[in-house]
Design a protein around this ligand. Structure first.
Ligand SMILES: Cc1cc2nc3c(=O)[nH]c(=O)nc-3n(C[C@H](O)[C@H](O)[C@H](O)COP(=O)(O)OP(=O)(O)OC[C@H]3O[C@@H](n4cnc5c(N)ncnc54)[C@H](O)[C@@H]3O)c2cc1C
Length: 303
C-alpha cells in the first residue's frame, strides 16, 4: 500500500465512485476512502437510475461503482477520514489507521440523516417511513402522509409531497415551527396543517399504520422524516471551506475555493438523487484532473 496519491476521494457512494472512475482513467493515482455505512445499501430497488430498466438494488449499484473504479486502478480502502490538513503543497488525510498525502481532494461524503428519537421509526424504515420525498413520494399517490420536522426543510418536503399525496400534515414532535413566512403561507394555501404535539411512537408491524400521540392515534400510510442532516462537515470546517445551511458550498464546477479541493453529491446540497451525484462526481473530477495536469481534460472529444 502506498501513502502518496494524486487524488484522494472521500466517500465511495455514487458521487465518489464516479469521480474515482474519471481520475483513475486519467492515470491519476487515486485512493477512495470509505467508512462503509451507506444508507443506499438498504434500498431494495432504485427505479429511476439510467440504464437499469428493471431497477437495481442500492447495494448492487454501489458494488458495481466500486468495481468499475477499481478496474481503472483506484485503490479502495475501508477507513474513515478523520481529518484533512494542508501539508506543504499537498493535503494530508488522516484515518484511525494511516496518514495519506495527495495533491487533490474530492469530498463525496454524502449526508447522514438525523434520526428522530421516536419509538418505532427505525423498525419501519422502508415500510412506510422514508427519508426522501423525491425518491418515495410517487409510492404515496392519493394516500395519507405526514412530514416529521419543524424547519424550512420540512416545509419544502411537505410541499413537494403534497403534489402526489394531496393529504399531508407536518408534525413537529413538540418543537416550535421555525419556517420562513413565505413557506408557512404556502403550506396554509395548500391546506397543509402543522401540528406541534409530541409523538409517543409510530405504530405498525409489516408496515406503518399510525402515529400514536398518547391520547389519540392518527392513521397514516407514509411518514417522511425531514429533520436535517448531521455529521460529515467537520473537516470542511477545519479546512475553512464555506458551509451553507449544512452543505459544502461549491461553484458550478464543484470547486470549493481551496486549491484542488472539490466536492460533489449529497454533501453539496441540491436534489438527493443518484443520477445527480454521479454527474457532479464527474464534473468535479474532470476539473480536478485539469488542475493537477495543467491541461484541458479530454477523453472522447480528442478522438
Ligand atoms: C432510503 C433512501 C432511498 C433513496 N432512494 C433513491 C432512489 O430511488 N433514487 C435515487 O436516485 N436516489 C435515491 N436516494 C438518494 C441517493 O441514495 C443519494 O442521493 C446518493 O446516494 C448520494 O450519493 P453520494 O455519493 O453523494 O453520497 P452517499 O451515497 O451518501 O455516499 C457517501 C459515502 O461517504 C462515506 N463517508 C462519509 N463520511 C466519510 C468519511 N469521513 N470517511 C470515509 N467515508 C465517508 C459514507 O460511508 C458513504 O458510503 C435514496 C436515499 C435514501 C436514504
Amino acid at each position: 500500500m502506498q501513502d502518496q496519491y494524486d487524488v484522494i476521494v472521500v466517500g465511495a457512494g455514487p458521487a465518489g465512485a464516479s469521480a474515482a472512475i474519471y481520475t483513475s482513467r486519467a492515470d491519476l493515482d487515486t485512493l477512495l476512502l470509505d467508512k462503509g455505512d451507506n444508507l443506499l445499501n438498504k434500498v431494495d430497488l432504485l427505479e429511476n437510475y439510467y440504464g437499469f430498466p428493471q431497477g437495481i438494488s442500492g447495494k448492487e449499484l454501489l458494488k458495481k461503482g466500486k468495481q468499475q473504479a477499481k478496474k481503472f486502478g483506484t485503490e479502495i480502502i475501508n477507513e474513515q477520514a478523520l481529518s484533512i490538513e494542508i501539508e506543504g503543497q499537498e493535503y494530508k488525510v488522516e484515518t484511525a489507521q494511516e496518514e495519506y498525502l495527495a495533491q487533490g481532494i474530492l469530498l463525496a461524503t454524502g449526508v447522514q440523516q438525523k434520526k428522530p428519537s421516536v419509538g418505532g421509526i427505525e423498525e419501519l424504515e422502508g415500510k412506510g417511513v422514508s427519508y426522501c420525498v423525491v425518491c418515495d413520494a410517487p409510492l404515496y399517490r392519493d394516500q395519507k402522509t405526514a412530514v416529521l420536522g419543524s424547519k424550512d426543510y420540512a416545509a419544502k418536503e411537505a410541499l413537494k409531497l403534497n403534489d402526489f399525496s394531496g393529504n399531508v400534515r407536518v408534525y413537529t414532535n413538540g418543537k416550535e415551527p421555525r419556517m420562513r413566512d413565505s413557506l408557512k403561507k404556502e403550506l396554509e394555501k395548500q391546506d397543509i396543517e402543522i401540528e406541534t404535539e409530541e409523538i409517543k411512537e409510530v405504530v405498525g408491524e409489516e408496515e406503518l399504520k399510525a402515529i400514536d400521540f398518547g391520547d389519540r392515534k392518527v392513521e397514516l400510510d407514509g411518514l417522511f422524516v425531514a429533520i436535517g442532516t448531521s455529521g460529515t462537515l467537520d473537516f470542511a470546517r477545519t479546512l475553512g471551506l464555506e458551509i451553507n445551511d449544512g452543505y459544502i458550498e461549491v461553484d458550478e464546477e464543484n470547486y470549493t475555493g481551496m486549491p484542488r479541493i472539490y466536492a460533489a453529491g449529497d454533501c453539496v446540497g441540491g436534489e438527493r438523487q443518484v443520477a445527480i451525484a454521479v454527474g457532479e462526481g464527474a464534473e468535479a473530477a474532470t476539473n480536478l484532473i485539469e488542475d493537477i495536469k495543467g491541461q484541458k481534460y479530454s477523453d472522447w472529444s480528442s478522438i
